[in-house]
Write a protein that binds this ligand. Sequence first.
Ligand code: ZN
Length: 166
Amino acid sequence: MGSITIEANESGRLWAEDPEAWERLCTPEGCPMCGEDPHPEWILAETETCKVSAWREAVLPGYACVVSKKHVLEPFDLDEHDQVRFFLDSMATARALAKLFSPAKMNYEIHGNTVPHLHMHLFPRMPGDIYVGYPNHCRTVFVRSEDEIDRMRQAVRSELGRRLVG
Ligand SMILES: [Zn+2]
């Protein structure tokens, strides 16, 4: 198995190097996640509180992202009702991915160091994946087929069930 070299990426770079740009990014007006979704075809499901997306390019097979519909930086910025809904929707999505991919372990990550709009990354981790020995470092890219994304859509929609809107 090859080894991973960790190189710097965009994580936290703006707040360190351009605080004004970071401040703009923190507002709904300056936030790319609040703008029009450039790839609505990769949305797997939508609930009252979130959208679940599986972009064509991902750092691991089975990766999906749960994005809050409300622009908040921190989970605790949501009111309690939406905190509960966001977490339950995220867990239903994680369960769907776990059923579909049978990972050794599901990983859950909330950072927002590059885009400060609440989103939870879901990474199904496999015995043979490239990050064994590390947490996921988002330094590789897999390209998923439409078929794989469709299977994820069906699994996630089935698990979210009556939470779905639209
Ligand atoms: Zn936003």
